[in-house]
Design a binder for this molecule. Sequence first.
Ligand code: SF4
Length: 596
Amino acid sequence: MKHIITYDKEFIHTEVDVLMFASDPTVGRLYETHLNHINYQKRWSQEEYDEYLQLADKMEQKCWTKNQEYTPIGYKQQASEHWIEWPMSNDHNSRSMGADRVAHEVRQMGYTVQVIHYPLHASEDLIHKVFKKFVGPNTKAVMFGQVFAFGTEQRGLVNSVYFPPARQHKLKEWATEINPNIKFVIGGIQFNATEELKGRGQVDSPLLDIDVFMFGYADVTIRHMMKDLDNNTLKKVYTDAKSLLDIENSTQHYFPEDIVTPKQQLSLEIGRGCIFKCTFCEFNLIGKEKGSYMRSSSRVEDELKRNWEEFGVSNYWITDDTVNDDSEKLEKLAEIKSRTGIPLKWSGFARLDLQHRLKQSQLLVDAGAGWLHYGMETTIHESGILLGKGWDPEEQFEFVRELKAGIFKDVGMSSNFMFGLPEDSYEGLKDSYNKLTDLEYNKLDAIYPVIYKLRRSVGKGEKLDGTKTESVIQADPAGYGYTEYSPDQIKQIRSSGLFGPGQEDMFFYTNKHGVTIMKAYHYASTTKKTFNRLKTHAHRNPITASNLLRQEMYNDHTEYFDKVMNIKEHNRVESVTLWKDDVPTTLTVQEYRDSI
Ligand code: SF4
């Protein structure tokens, strides 16, 4: 198998207190979608697994060899998932933030931690070797990040093509062979593994091997969980849905065993939560006060300097829900960039209306914006108003044209667009198609047209994590004019295979203007294909680009695992510096633990 990542050299055992697998933002669960006819509902024997590996490899080969087949005409009929779109926000070198954040908090308590990123193409044997290297008789826990697992059909613990969920009971077997008391912990901000905690529709899911579920913001709850683990008072579920982190004074350090390289895009958090309250938004931390819940700019500066000086990193993915919700935040970032000389470049989520109203464009450039992803959401004004994004789309596109002709010439601009919103009519959708695919009208560098996805409300009672929020629209689809398909129609759609794993809770709707979800899907996918054919792929064969990216991904991830397997030691923190109004206090680890 050409693209599988293996490791066949010698390695030394370097036991850690906590081994952690990061949630992987790269093309998450691609193979579960493409190989969805495979039965994941039971453990596989070696023969079944071997058979799967052949299929997975065939799938991989198909992705690589479609190179010769690409034609703009063919593309019209083909699914685009056979190649990796580029540029893309989930760059293969970006690291998910959750595991690194949680690792930092665990280290502050005096434990050693190893985080494993990029398991997407790792072999089963490589993952086994990772266990042999880092798990020992004193290892307390193995943890699994699931930030990027949005589907309700939660299957596995690690997102890996060659080590699929049907083999992942092995993780617990490997761990308990070494240490029978070891605990398995899983978590992620949007993670919810009902029902009840074994995942939906699963008979023998590896989720059954999990001892502790962390819902919401684990960088808050992990400290209590680790204390409980030591005191033998462990609970099954820990929840922090509203993030009680002292974010102003929060710090983030990386160590050599984190294998941070200059090529990587690290996540950077400046603030948490969003000042808006859009009616379709399902995030927990919306509607915060302007300027609240922000990190001290001195802590942000410390982090940027340290990452630049120690690891040569200057490329970030700012994780704030709205990076430009506050001009002061951008001013501080621009000031740090200019004073320190760090060639800071970042991507982030932004609101175009704010950028326009607060005249932030130059400030964004000065602060290092390299790519901004906007939530313009729709070209249909009435739907935008209903969502809480009411700026006239005509004026928005005019502003985009002005920016791309001048100050944002070198800043990437992209946006999501949803089809099937409450006020969308067929006429409106046709108009959206025409506008978004008119390259003179629409100067965005990339667009992501998708259907407006409504999920069936699963009811709070079913969730052990009862604090998850629903969007305003989702809580009352009928109030927004949606009716549901009949059971027969739903059966028919399901049998088409269009909405496969991870989409079991879809609400198949018709909106009050008669737009059905299937038609919305048609408009969204046709818009995407036409735009890409005319713009993104006009001067670049997407499959050649995809193959280059796959090769680069393979090389980078192979190098990453070589470095991981060569780790000689782990850092153990002895003191913790806490900040209050930029005044430091240094505590011993024991004092810090006692303060929790
Ligand atoms: S959609 Fe974006 S701007 Fe609106 S509430 Fe959610 S995070 Fe905030």
